[in-house]
Design a protein around this ligand. Structure first.
Ligand SMILES: Nc1ncnc2c1ncn2[C@@H]1O[C@H](COP(=O)(O)OP(=O)(O)OP(=O)(O)O)[C@@H](O)[C@H]1O
Ligand SMILES: [Mg+2]
Length: 87
């Protein structure tokens, strides 16, 4: 056996996110959004049409960067735990 895959995950923290699309800078798409995404947990974004769900996902994918606030990502575990002694 070459390697044993172990659980991996990234925690994402969004802190006071504010965002307006560059083409519509007069319209606030997100304002003061703060929440935490934990590895292995299912999260549902629920809200009215136009409330910013798709925009949030776009920011998580780094299609855009927020105008204010911060997005933190922390690698909690390595993707693979390679043990050369067992190769
Ligand atoms: N590509 C874009 N360019 C400019 N403004 C946009 C763009 N996409 C969304 N918006 C605006 O950003 C705000 C948030 O829209 P968003 O699409 O994120 O809402 P949503 O919660 O995903 O809505 P829905 O439930 O209809 O999918 C709205 O005011 C919307 O008009
Ligand atoms: Mg949407």
């Amino acid at each position: 056996m070459l390697a044993e895959a172990v659980c991996c995950g990234v925690q994402v923290d969004l802190s006071n996110i504010g965002f307006a699309y560059p083409t519509r800078s007069d319209i606030v798409a997100l304002q003061n959004v703060t929440f935490k995404l934990e590895p292995g947990k299912l999260v549902a974004l629920v809200g009215l049409s136009g409330s910013g769900k798709s925009t949030l996902v776009a920011l998580l994918q780094r299609l855009y960067d927020p105008n204010s606030g911060q997005v933190w990502q922390s690698l909690l575990q390595r993707l693979y735990d390679l043990n050369s002694g067992q190769v």
